[in-house]
Design a protein around this ligand. Sequence first.
Ligand code: CP
Length: 320
Amino acid sequence: MKSFFHVQDIGDLQAALAEARQVKATPFAWKQLGENKTIMLVFFNSSLRTRLSSQKAALNLGMSPIVLNIGQDSWKLETELGVVMDGDKSEHLREAIPVMASYCDLIGVRSFAGLTDRDFDYNETILRQFVEYAGKPVISLESATVHPCQAFADLITIEEHKTQKRPKVVLTWAPHPRALPQAVPNSFAEWMNAADADFVITHPEGYELDPLFAGKARVEYDQMKALEGADFVYAKNWSCPGISRPQDYGKILSKDMNWTIDDRHMAVTNNARFMHCLPVRRNMIVSDSVIDSPRSLVIPEAANRVVSAQVVIKRMLETL
Ligand code: CP
C-alpha cells in the first residue's frame, strides 16, 4: 500500500476486517516487520487519539516513531507555491518534505482544512505535496477532506458490536460552537457506503456532503425520522461543505440545539449504540446521559484506532 487516504486503498473490506481481528488478538506478532524502520508523524494540528494510537501501532510493529509538531517543534512551513516568503514562515514544504522523508520509511500527516478556500482544501493541496515530494508511503492522519484511520476504526467497532448482518447506521450532524472540517463525516460516509449497512445521513439543509463521499447514501432532513430504528447513531458536527452555495463553504449555518443527541433521540432508535470520533463537546453534540450510558461506544471506538493504524502500517511495511 503506497498511500492511505480512501476506502479503496485498503482493498477488500472483509479481508481488512479479518486482518484487524488478527492484529487485535495478537498485536505483537509482527514485531520483526518494523525492525530498523522509522515512521514520521507530522502534525500541523492538535491531536490526542491519532498521535498516541499511531505511535502505539508503530511500536507494536517494532518501528521507531518520530513525532513532529509543525510550528512548535519546527520552523513554520509555507504550504502555497509561488509566494514571496516575506512573512513568518521560514521554510517551504518543497524542502521540508524531502528532508523529513530522508529520515524515515513511512510518513503520516495531519493537516486540517483551512475552510476558506474550497479548491485548496478539496484538492488536498498539502497532502498531495507530501505524496509528490516524499517518495515514501503517506498516511492521512486527518487531512483536509478525509480521516481514513478514524473511519476504519469506526467500521471495526460497528463490526464488533452489530447484532444483525446489515445494521442501520445513521450519521447525524449535531451543533458545535466552532466551524469544523468535513473530513470525519466524509470518510465515515465513504466507508459506510462501501460496507454492508443501511446507511442514512441526516443534517439541516445546506450541510450536504460532497457527492464524492456521500455517494448513494440516503439523505433524510428530518433527524427524528432518520433515527427511527437505527442500530448505530454516529454524531458529528461539520461546517458547510459548499455544495449548493460555494460562497458558504466552511461557514456555520446552524447552531440548532434540537439536533443535540439526547434521550429523546435515542428513544426512537433500535436501542442504538452511540458513536463519536472524539474529542466531543458534551451537551452540544451529545447529552451527558447518552455519552455516559452503557450504549455509548466512544471509548472502544477510540481504542480501535490502534488496530486500524496497525493494519495500515503493517500493510505498508509489507510492501516496502
Ligand atoms: N478522533 C481523532 O482523530 O482524535 P484526535 O483529534 O485527538 O487525534
